[in-house]
Design a protein around this ligand. Sequence first.
Ligand SMILES: Nc1ncnc2c1ncn2[C@@H]1O[C@H](COP(=O)(O)OP(=O)(O)OP(=O)(O)O)[C@@H](O)[C@H]1O
Ligand SMILES: [Mg+2]
Length: 251
Amino acid sequence: MADQTHDAPLLEARNLTRRFGALVAVDDVSFIVEKGQVFGIAGPNGSGKSTLFNIITGVPFRPSSGQVFLSGQPIERLRPHQISRAGILRTFQKDAEFATLSARENAYASAVFCGQSDSRSAHAAAEQALDDVSFDKGRRDRAAWALSVFERKQLMIASAIAGRPKVLLLDEPAAGLTRPEIADLARLVRTVHERGITVVLIEHVLPLLLDVSQHLMILNQGAIIASGKPQEVVRNPLVMEAYLGKREAVL
Ligand SMILES: Nc1ncnc2c1ncn2[C@@H]1O[C@H](COP(=O)(O)OP(=O)(O)OP(=O)(O)O)[C@@H](O)[C@H]1O
Ligand SMILES: [Mg+2]
């Protein structure tokens, strides 16, 4: 088995499709994420980006058809907690932390959920993750609901990395941030990446994607319309037309 998976990419989606009745939210999507990449995903509202994360992680549903491989191993039939523990963690577009738990407790809960049964090592992982995202040490005992928007983003990422993922899926982390905060978020994504975590980043903020991604994939109506080097992809006429509905440069 080890021989077969030796050269496998870290994450591979093969012909992933998700239907909701007559709607094909994700339509025969295949892509490869290599270890160490920041892999960007963009596309208009409703193009299937979040559904793609949903079916990769099994939260809250599986693909209608197609396969997902982590280091060559099929995972699409695993249960959500098994997928997390295998090394794929995600953040959500909307706040998903436990509002009444502190930042520390949230990161700790994530470490435990991801399989760190020894409480001392789970606490250490939580603290390290909060350090990694430069979370203010004086505010770690605050309830999540009392944090600023940017602190909640830091916490969301810290909670994910406390679970020690191989691949971190970020769903529109820049939503609701100011321009200076987006620059801080870019630094945060780079820090996570430098810690050896491969990142798949869904974003509407194209300058952020261009800043941090090595590869960019564009979805439209559930299907891939362009995929490749970010600077080339945003100049693709299909992307200009479908993404903004007009034949102008996206940037
Ligand atoms: N559970 C569901 N049941 C029915 N339809 C759904 C469900 N989840 C998503 N859809 C539909 O699938 C399509 C893709 O939705 P999705 O949330 O993946 O888009 P998105 O690209 O993430 O959009 P946005 O940029 O607004 O976040 C939409 O038409 C949406 O209404
Ligand atoms: Mg979405």
